[in-house]
Design a protein around this ligand. Structure first.
Ligand code: ZN
Length: 452
């Protein structure tokens, strides 16, 4: 019996090792979105089964494009699963099935007029809060599973913040897909007086894209946000703070202010002692009567939400500052923070109460030339359907089609048209190995039970 038990355990260990050497078994799910800064585009880990093909793709493979049902992973290999498919790591130009190539459902906003609104600058990178004594707390990369808790904390503290939302990253699904729980969460965010900005559709480095790809990154996110809110923002923060001259021009044409920051807390690096030091030393470097600040943190990190957010609020108040929304720092009227998704004019339903958290309010939403009055409830929208469910975050609701948003949108994604890698799929099935592992484990347990 002991021999069989030992053999079974050995089989299990070998199977597990096979996963490791395949590089396909991502078990580090402790921080699945740990990519959120320049130079930190780490592979994602969701504990999701992955499969890899024998075909290669991307710049390291002569710009080869994967088959239509496959993604091009950051390792330059075609495959499926979060590691290969999830934005922003997936090389979407070479992997038709990459998340980034999905198009959200909703009214196409491509042809919405984009007049310049207000006096806030376009075509430049904005970093400074123009109002002395104000600190705009901004959070990037959400929504995610901690965002609901952050809204609770902000509400408790009576503080409003600005969120730059990504449409489809980290394998979390499309933000306007009700199954994710995010539409209600984003609605709550807005209802409670926080400013909603765009952080692109899939957290791509805008400076590396073609004009069409940049437009896709912007328009797809506004389609999703319009689907949720009925209007879309005029403030956008470029991922990795990256926006070259062409990008600045394109964002100007699309009617977006490039909303950067002047305090980078580096919270994503996980050294919160240093983040606290960065934040407090910046505030102390000036007098509240002399200047304001715009800080950057990320609500996709547990400690940022549960520890650092309260620290920032308490510290800024103790230093004599108060909080402001990004648009307030610009002295921009709230109507200009969002665009009517039909006329392109300021969204006149916008009403941000910055002194108290409102639980619910009615707003007018103009959609398709028909104005309807809807009530936004502030029901807590923790995406419980997906919290803790890695499968949900790894879900693929779209398909590999990259062309065309709705209606008249050209909206194609990716201009890479090199020949498709057509060699045999040769998928190494991690599932097979996983099953093997499970069988070995079962065998071990049964052997043990029989022995007893
Ligand atoms: Zn980001």
């Amino acid at each position: 019996m002991y021999v069989r038990l030992i053999a079974a355990v050995l089989v299990s260990v070998i199977s597990t090792y096979a996963h490791a050497v395949d590089e396909d078994w991502n078990t580090n799910a402790s921080d699945p979105l740990d990519w959120s800064s320049a130079g930190s585009k780490k592979p994602l880990g969701h504990g999701v089964l992955e499969t890899r093909s024998t075909t290669t793709c991307g710049p390291s493979a002569n710009n080869a494009v994967c088959a239509s049902n496959l993604c091009c992973g950051p390792n330059g290999v075609c495959g499926t699963g979060s590691y290969y498919c999830a934005a922003p790591s997936c090389l979407f130009q070479y992997g038709p099935a990459c998340d980034a190539n999905q198009t959200p459902t909703g009214v196409n906003t491509t042809s919405v007029p984009r007049p310049k609104l207000g006096s806030t600058q376009y075509g430049v990178s904005i970093r400074d809060c123009g109002i002395p004594g104000k600190v705009a707390l901004t959070f990037d990369d959400g929504p995610y599973i901690y965002t609901s808790a952050l809204l609770d904390i902000l509400k408790e503290k009576g503080v409003k913040a600005t969120f730059f939302l990504v449409g489809n990253n980290g394998g979390k699904g499309q933000i306007n897909d009700p199954k994710t729980g995010y539409p209600a969460l984003i609605q709550r965010m807005y209802n409670e007086g926080h400013q909603v900005g765009s952080h692109t559709w899939s957290h791509a480095d805008l400076s590396t894209l073609t004009r069409q790809q940049r437009y896709d990154q912007v328009v797809k996110n506004e389609i999703a946000l319009t689907d949720i809110l009925g209007f879309f923002p005029t403030y956008l923060r470029p991922p990795y703070e990256s926006c070259n001259a062409d990008c600045l021009n394109d964002l100007k044409d699309l009617g977006y202010h490039v909303a950067n920051y002047d305090i980078d807390t580096l919270d994503w690096q996980g050294d919160y002692t240093r983040s606290q030091s960065i934040f407090s030393s910046n505030l102390k470097s000036a007098s509240p009567s002399a200047r304001g600040f715009i800080s950057l943190a990320h609500d996709i990190h547990d400690k940022t939400v549960h520890i650092f957010a309260a620290y920032m609020i308490d510290t800024l108040l103790a230093a004599g500052y108060t909080t402001a929304l990004y648009g307030e720092c610009m002295n921009d009227p709230p109507a200009n923070w969002y665009r009517n998704s039909t006329t392109g004019e300021p969204y006149t339903g916008a009403s941000h109460n910055t002194s108290t958290a409102s639980n619910a309010k009615s707003v007018s939403v103009s959609s398709n030339s028909t104005t309807t009055s809807i009530t936004h409830s502030s029901t807590t929208a923790t995406p419980s359907a997906v919290v803790g469910g890695e499968g949900a975050f790894g879900s693929r609701t779209g398909n590999a089609t990259v062309s065309g948003t709705n209606g008249t949108a050209s909206g194609t994604n990716g201009t890479a048209t090199k020949s498709q890698a057509t060699s045999g799929m040769g998928l190494k099935s991690s599932e097979t190995a996983g099953t093997f592992f499970g069988m070995g484990l079962t065998w071990a347990i049964l052997s043990w039970l029989f022995w007893i």
